[in-house]
Ligand binder design. Structure first.
Ligand SMILES: Nc1ncnc2c1ncn2[C@@H]1O[C@H](COP(=O)(O)OP(=O)(O)O)[C@@H](O)[C@H]1O
Ligand SMILES: [Mg+2]
Length: 457
């Protein structure tokens, strides 16, 4: 079996250290199972999971298993004790969710073998039924505001080329979703889309995760491991949070982008790999470059084409559409029916600034579905009562907020060009500059003036 597929999720209490060591020796990358979002970024390849039921059933853990099984290809192995294996609740969980179970205490060898079988089965299953990219993509991207239409145009343009793309935008705005859409609309659509979150993988593991290693490259490298770059062969590699890429990997990535060759750790040969690279971050890369944390030559290469994600607060009616869609999608998570949003909730959806953007909106609505005890979700259920009515000098504030949104939107649509944004708003450039200063809107450093679509053919 391909060693590149050996990710093992772990759900439970504190894992047994010597078992962990044994698994790592067998080239397993053991990751604690966090939220589905984090996990979805980690890998789309089949993986195994270890679910600790030796201390009974924890509802939270079971919920996590369910959630992860929806978005990932994972075969679970339960660990039970002599005692808990007799419980009917434990047997139910195993029957519903698990590929197999192991009764502990037992040898670590046996556990290693069973998770090996589990992942083998999952690989087989994935080959029978090709997985969807993820459920968000099949649901599509929601929104038809001016800002989103602009984004769709940008996606369409870059999907038609094969150049490297850099996606910037605040966190939770949909950068990964955008990368998936670019891939899905490109000629590479039938080849893999591989996403790596450079901020989520520990730095000392990231290099080998990306570029792989040969057997014997270091203690514990008992088998060759194919890195993510090679896994994406023919397709698209999406590197999220690229600002977190350590300098060692920056050099290797630069070489890869220039020469389309990689070297596995401990390997002697250069390997040709044809992969399109898309990167993203919410960080200000210009200052990362200025401060010497990121190589200027690499950043320049990554930014051949640039796509900007609009923040949620400038998407107008998309906000309520997204909220309604989220409610529709998750309302079955509770028994009693919820009919929609109360007026005070609609008000806060628009008054609130959404620093966490679409991700925050989805999280708040999901939480509200659970918290609400009426037919309609209220501002209180969204935990946003502070935003229902505006402060005492509310008219001034409301105007400032409206101005800020209009200006941010105009700047977004005109890709940061103040002259054009001012024209779009029907005011002079000087006036716009003054308003931006008053409202604290930074003039955006735009990279795409350096390169242009027409350069890349
Ligand atoms: N326009 C959209 N329509 C529907 N869901 C969206 C949209 N934009 C983002 N999402 C969802 O919001 C969450 C965060 O998106 P993601 O692409 O991970 O953001 P980022 O990478 O910018 O932090 C994901 O669950 C994604 O599916
Ligand atoms: Mg992201």
């Amino acid at each position: 079996m391909d060693s590149a597929h050996r990710t093992l999720l772990y759900i439970g209490g504190k894992p047994n250290e010597s078992l962990l060591r044994r698994l790592r020796d067998r080239a397993w990358l053991v990751v604690p199972a966090m939220s589905a979002n984090t996990m979805a970024k980690l890998a789309r390849a089949p993986m195994a999971g270890l679910l600790d039921l030796t201390d009974g059933i924890h509802e939270g853990r079971i919920a996590r298993v369910e959630q992860l099984s929806r978005s990932l290809l994972v075969a679970w192995v339960a660990l039970v004790s002599q005692e808990t294996r007799k419980w009917s609740a434990v047997r139910d969980v195993i029957a519903t969710h698990c590929f197999d179970f192991v009764t502990v205490p037992t040898s670590h060898e046996r556990i290693v073998n069973v998770v090996g079988q589990a992942i083998g089965m999952e690989v087989l299953r994935s080959e029978v039924e090709p997985p969807e990219l993820n459920d968000a993509l099949s649901d599509g991207m929601i929104g038809s505001s001016e800002a989103m239409l602009e984004l769709h145009r940008a996606i369409g343009k870059v999907a038609a080329t094969d150049a490297t793309v850099f996606i910037s935008g605040e966190s939770g705005t949909g950068k990964e979703l955008t990368a998936q859409m670019i891939h899905a609309r490109s000629e590479r659509r039938d080849k893999p889309f591989v996403a790596v979150n450079c901020g989520a993988v520990p730095h000392d593991l990231l290099h080998s995760e990306l570029f792989g290693y040969e057997r014997g490259a270091f203690t514990g490298a008992t088998q060759r491991k194919i890195g993510r770059v090679e896994q994406a062969r023919g397709g698209t590699l999406f590197l999220d949070e690229i600002g977190d890429l350590p300098s060692e990997s920056q050099a290797a990535l630069l070489r890869f982008i220039q020469e389309r060759k990689i070297e596995r750790l401990g390997g002697l040969e250069s390997i040709d790999v044809d992969v399109r690279v898309i990167t993203a971050t919410h960080q200000d890369m210009q200052s990362a470059v200025d401060e010497g944390r990121f190589r200027a030559d690499l950043f320049f290469r990554l930014c051949v084409l640039q796509v900007r994600e609009p923040p949620l607060r400038v998407r107008g009616k998309d906000i309520t559409e997204l909220a309604a869609h989220t409610l529709e999608r998750f309302k079955d998570e509770r028994e009693r029916r919820i009919h929609g949003f109360a007026p005070d909730a609609i008000a806060v959806l628009h008054n609130y600034g959404w620093p966490g953007n679409v991700r925050e909106l989805i999280n708040r609505v999901r939480r509200a579905i659970v918290l609400s005890d009426g037919k309609y979700i209220t501002a209180e259920d969204l935990e946003l009562t502070d935003y229902v009515s505006l402060a005492p000098d509310s008219l001034r504030e409301a105007r400032a907020a409206a101005d800020r949104r209009a200006i941010e939107l105009a700047l977004f649509v005109h890709r940061g060009r103040v002259v054009d944004a001012a024209r779009g708003l029907g005011i002079s450039r000087v006036h716009l500059h003054r308003l931006m200063q008053e409202l604290g809107i930074p003039p955006r450093a735009t990279v795409d003036e350096v390169h242009d679509l027409s350069d890349t053919g």
